[in-house]
Every structure is written in structure tokens, then in C-alpha cells.
Design a protein around this ligand. Structure first.
Ligand SMILES: C[S@@+](CC[C@H](N)C(=O)[O-])C[C@H]1O[C@@H](n2cnc3c(N)ncnc32)[C@H](O)[C@@H]1O
Length: 191
């Protein structure tokens, strides 16, 4: 389902971009090595993509909304390869990326099964030793209100480490802060 009006306004706003750059992204990626080729799943209006483009030599993004993917390509096409597609089935080559990241998007994936498919795809796309990292909100009443007539399937932080381990990841770390959860996990060197 497409994002509702309020949500589109928020994610496309300067205010959101400033918050992402100054607070959310630095926290979500603190001490995370992105390496030479990063993939962002679900970039939306590009608040994170804009910052990531300054941090990695090579950047790819996969966005499920055709409209947003076209918009991102227009805006960031010189800095990143933007693909219209599903982060759970990208069609990209396996072991292509040194890091896969996603921010504030997992709750937009409608079912746990589809979220698990996205974790499995992140694992497939990573080189051995690569990192899967990101952040998302934890369930809240306000979160549910913001998502009226929109997809809202926040992940229970108590279950995320086990779900990432089931996808094959090692060294899973999870932190919760101010209604946000961040995770990082590594594809083992010898899967
Ligand atoms: C709330 S927005 C967040 C956008 C951006 N990550 C940010 O933090 O500003 C969620 C985005 O994830 C995208 N999305 C949802 N499911 C996806 C999937 N399976 N594959 C790729 N993108 C997806 C949506 O189209 C939307 O652009």
C-alpha cells in the first residue's frame, strides 16, 4: 500500500531530512563499516540516500514505489544506481555488496513473512563478512495514528535478533532508544 498523505509529507520534508542527517542515521550506523558498495532498501524520498552518497564510493538503492524510484533517479542518479523493485526480491547478483542498509521501512513491509524474505535477500546480496544494518520505529500508539490507512507492521525488537539469525546472520546486535530500534548483523566469512 502507498504511504498516506501525512506520511508522504513527513518523509519528504526538510525537517525529516535534517533529523535523519543529524540524529537518526549517525546513531543507526555508529561504528558500522559500509565498505565500498552499499545497498539501501526502501529509500523513499532519499533522506538517508543523500547522506550515504557522501560516505561510500558506490551506492545502489532499491525502492518499491515506481513513482519514488523515478524521482530518486532524477535527483540522485549521478551519485547512486536507483532500481525500482522489491527489496525482498531485487534480482541483483549475489555477494555484490559490502553492506545492505534500511531505515524506517521495515514497518512498511506488510507481513512477517515478507520481512523475513527481505532479510534473506539482504543475506544473499552481501559478500561474506558484509554487514546488514539499519533502524526502524518500535510499535507505539502515535506510530499507529501516523499510519492510518497505511501499512503499519512494526517489528518486535525482542524477536528481531532471532529472525536475523534464522536468515543466517551472525553477531547480531540490537539497541532500543527513544522509540527506535537499530540493528547490525554480519554475514559470516564462511557461510
Ligand atoms: C516510511 S518510508 C522511509 C523512507 C526512507 N528510508 C527514510 O527513512 O526517509 C518507507 C519506504 O520504504 C519503501 N518500501 C516499502 N517496502 C519496500 C520493499 N519491499 N522494497 C523496497 N522498498 C520498500 C516504501 O515505498 C517507502 O518509500
Amino acid at each position: 500500500m502507498a504511504m498516506n498523505w501525512f506520511h508522504r509529507r513527513l518523509c519528504g520534508s526538510q525537517r525529516w531530512a535534517r533529523y535523519v542527517e543529524s540524529d537518526l542515521l549517525p546513531w543507526a550506523l555508529r561504528d558500522v563499516e559500509l565498505g565500498e558498495h552499499a545497498l539501501e532498501i526502501g529509500p523513499g524520498y532519499g533522506a538517508n540516500l543523500r547522506v550515504l552518497a557522501t560516505r561510500v564510493p558506490k551506492l545502489t538503492a532499491v525502492e518499491v514505489s515506481a513513482e519514488l524510484a523515478a524521482r530518486l533517479d532524477e535527483r540522485f542518479g549521478s551519485q547512486a544506481t536507483v532500481i525500482h523493485g522489491d527489496g525482498a526480491a531485487t534480482g541483483l547478483p549475489e555477494c555484490e555488496f559490502t553492506s545492505v542498509v534500511c531505515f524506517t521501512m521495515l514497518h512498511h513491509v506488510p507481513t512477517s513473512r515478507q520481512q523475513d524474505a527481505l532479510f534473506a535477500e539482504a543475506y544473499r546480496l552481501l559478500r561474506p563478512g558484509g554487514t546488514f544494518a539499519g533502524s526502524d520505529g518500535v510499535h507505539s500508539f502515535i506510530g499507529r495514528l501516523v499510519h492510518l490507512r497505511d501499512t503499519y507492521n512494526p517489528i518486535d525488537p525482542n524477536t528481531l535478533p532471532e529472525r536475523l539469525a534464522t536468515a543466517g546472520f551472525a553477531d547480531v546486535q540490537l539497541t532500543v532508544r527513544n522509540g527506535q530500534q537499530r540493528f547490525r548483523a554480519r554475514k559470516p566469512d564462511q557461510p
